[in-house]
Each structure stands twice: as structure tokens, then as C-alpha cells.
Design a protein around this ligand. Structure first.
Ligand code: PEP
Length: 250
């Protein structure tokens, strides 16, 4: 069954103390909400253990990246098994900031996806085109490569542990949101790629989230689109009041 998911991405924000106080606030708000969305919080590594234990199953915790390696002499890196050992259940992979600032490519991401699945983590796999790619009308090709090169070696069964986040890079942190029609067009295309590769049952089941300046004022319009199954929320996930409004919008 396709799931409705609202996932936050805190990026490099909040001390541990601020994260704990956000968690207390968010739990009260989720308790008072009748939303049935699955709520995920993508937090910095230092928060994972504490927040996974504080969440009371009201939300799940996600890392924002993991190493391509299993263990060893890789100073500063964190492996998928270390993430799983904290109680976190998700990992965001392929975020455009990782692709841009850490030069992650689709081949690296294929390895990371494999590692996470071996450790029973659910992957939120991000894809998205740059503004120039959309202007050159190559955005469909870009998304196709990002998906096929990092994910299409997986079996149909493994695909049930993958969630897609379509995040046009020109919409991330810019205040410029893709229109709900632009989001729907790309989400339907992504679903068609899954249908081609894995068949209708898998493509119907895959959750495809929209990310890029999604906020309380535009979330409902985006979420009403047939192929938009929720959101990956950056800036607006830092404030419990904004975040719960987006959760409620679903
Ligand atoms: C993101 O970075 O994943 C994101 C969607 O950011 P924002 O909501 O701030 O555009």
C-alpha cells in the first residue's frame, strides 16, 4: 500500500538540547492531530539515538546520509549499521546538497542504497534537476538517470524499502516552489519509470514525496495531486508549528 509520508530534513541545524525540546513539542502536536501520515525526522547524526528513543513511535528518525563503507579507517564517516543501531529507521540519500558539496554520484548512491537495505533501513532517495536542466528541457532525462543508475539494480522486494523524494534543485531553500502541476507531471513520470521497470503493482505502491520550499501555505495544494504522496520538508521542518500544519495538510 502506498504510504503518505511527511519527512523533515533538519540539515545541519539544532543542538541536541534544541532537538530534544522540538521532540517534546512535536509529540504533543502529533497527539492532538488526527493526521494518519507517517512522520519522519531527518536529523544530524548526533541526535539519532536520543530522538529515536524519545519519539514514542509518534515519529520515526532518519539520518541524512551514510558511508559507502561498512566499517574501518574512514575518519568522520558513519555506516548504515551504526545508524540502524541507534533505532533510526530511515536514511535520506542523494540529497542535492550532498551531490553538490560532496560530489556524490549515482554510482556512490547505488552502493549506499545497498548498504542501507542490508541493515533494514528505509531509504528516502532524492532526485531532482538543476534550473538549467529544466530550462534546457532535459529534466526528465536527468531524473531517469538518477533513478535508474542508483536504484534499478534492486529487486522488486527491495523496492518496498525505498521512498522517492522529487526535489527540483531550483526549489530547495529558494522560496520558489514547483507548481502543483509541475510536481504532478514529474511524479507521474517517475511512477511510469517504476511501472516500466517493475510493473504496475510496485509502481502503484511506491511513495513519491515532493520537496522544495513546501510550507503550510502550499502543502495542501501539492498533496492533493494524485501522485504526490507527501513531502520532504527542509526549512519548514525546523519549526514545530509549521511542520505540524504540513502534516495536517495531508
Ligand atoms: C530539502 O532540503 O530537502 C528541502 C526540501 O528544503 P526546503 O524545504 O527548505 O526547500
Amino acid at each position: 500500500m502506498r504510504k503518505k509520508i511527511v519527512a523533515g530534513n533538519w540539515k545541519m541545524n539544532k543542538t541536541l538540547e534544541k532537538g530534544v525540546s522540538f521532540s517534546d513539542d512535536l509529540k504533543q502536536r502529533i497527539n492532538a492531530s488526527d493526521s494518519e501520515a507517517i512522520v519522519v525526522l531527518g536529523v544530524p547524526y548526533i541526535h539519532l539515538d536520543r530522538m529515536a528513543h524519545l519519539s514514542n513511535d509518534l515519529y520515526s528518525v532518519s539520518a541524512q546520509d551514510c558511508s559507502t563503507k561498512e566499517s574501518g579507517a574512514f575518519t568522520g564517516d558513519i555506516s548504515s549499521s551504526m545508524i540502524a543501531s541507534t533505532g533510526a529507521q530511515y536514511v535520506i540519500l542523494g540529497h542535492s546538497e550532498r551531490r553538490a558539496y560532496h560530489r556524490e554520484n549515482n554510482a556512490d548512491l547505488a552502493t549506499k542504497v545497498d548498504r542501507c537495505l542490508l541493515d533494514a533501513l528505509t531509504v528516502i532517495y532524492c532526485c531532482g534537476e538543476q534550473l538549467e536542466e529544466r530550462e534546457a528541457n532535459t529534466h526528465f532525462e536527468v531524473i531517469k538517470s538518477q533513478l535508474s543508475e542508483a536504484l534499478f539494480h534492486l529487486t522488486a522486494e527491495q523496492m518496498s524499502s525505498v521512498v522517492i523524494a522529487y526535489e527540483p534543485v531550483w526549489a530547495i531553500g529558494t522560496g520558489v516552489t514547483a507548481s502543483s502541476d509541475q510536481a504532478q507531471e514529474m511524479h507521474a513520470y517517475i511512477r511510469s519509470l517504476f511501472e516500466e521497470k517493475y510493473g504496475k503493482a510496485i509502481s502503484d505502491d511506491v511513495s513519491i514525496l515532493y520537496g522544495g520550499s513546501c510550507k503550510p501555505s502550499n502543502a495542501e495544494e501539492l498533496f492533493l495531486k494524485e501522485d504526490v504522496d507527501g513531502g520532504l520538508i527542509g526549512g519548514a521542518s525546523l519549526n514545530p508549528s509549521d511542520f505540524i500544519q504540513i502534516i495536517d495538510a495531508i
